[in-house]
Design a protein around this ligand. Sequence first.
Ligand SMILES: Cc1cc2nc3c(=O)[nH]c(=O)nc-3n(C[C@H](O)[C@H](O)[C@H](O)COP(=O)(O)OP(=O)(O)OC[C@H]3O[C@@H](n4cnc5c(N)ncnc54)[C@H](O)[C@@H]3O)c2cc1C
Length: 227
Amino acid sequence: MDQGSGTGAMVKTVIVGGGLMGLATAQALVERGEQVTVVEARDDVALETSFGNAGMMTPSMGDPWNGPGVHRHLAASLFNPLSPMKLRLRALPSLTTWGIRFLRNSARDRHLAATEANFRLGSYSVEETRGLRERLGLAYDAADRGTILAAYRRLAQRLGYSNVEIAALRREAGCPMEPLKLFLLEESRRGRAVLSLGDWSVSSEETRGGAVELFGRPHLLVRLDSE
Ligand SMILES: Cc1cc2nc3c(=O)[nH]c(=O)nc-3n(C[C@H](O)[C@H](O)[C@H](O)COP(=O)(O)OP(=O)(O)OC[C@H]3O[C@@H](n4cnc5c(N)ncnc54)[C@H](O)[C@@H]3O)c2cc1C
């Protein structure tokens, strides 16, 4: 499949594979006015991994699997055939270089930095997808603000309050705290979240761990605009 300005002109870029990555790259290049050819082995595009895509874009779930303490899970997985992350003895020699980097990056500060970088990349991807949807007039069942909003709605309904503790929202959504805080700050900037102080003096350690610093003061509660 060929796209781009001019016909019969020299192909400048050849992309091997018409999955999500190949097609998104091709679209970006075509929008820049470049000539692109996508080469796909199958009869049509997006019939391999991209076929199974569940369509979720969740920047809040970008924490890498090699979290602090992952070495303990890996060691235990040697003896647990049902472990979700499975290390096999016979794979160890081939994993030496990669494995050392994997473990090194599980240090708390590196893992946090990677989580934040993934969050920013995920947020950028969501924005880009939104733009692409509008530019190409794509119509599908798109729901915005995904898992965190769903978790917020469940929690607010269960508790009967619209101001919920940020720490409780983290627990409900099952996502790491730092990306959640970044998300809430961004939502607040857009006018879609209202952060409030809450009562610090009677709050638990967990609740305080969810505090979002705003104008130099720690805010414990959030109300999301759930429309
Ligand atoms: C069940 C499932 C659910 C998922 N859900 C989500 C989700 O909710 N959110 C999310 O962000 N990600 C999700 N993913 C992951 C996401 O779908 C993949 O990361 C993404 O589709 C990978 O795209 P890709 O273009 O790299 O690979 P692919 O889609 O596999 O594309 C590669 C293409 O290259 C072609 N190809 C390979 N070799 C050649 C060759 N030599 N010559 C020509 N063509 C070739 C293949 O035929 C294929 O079409 C999910 C994945 C699965 C399996």
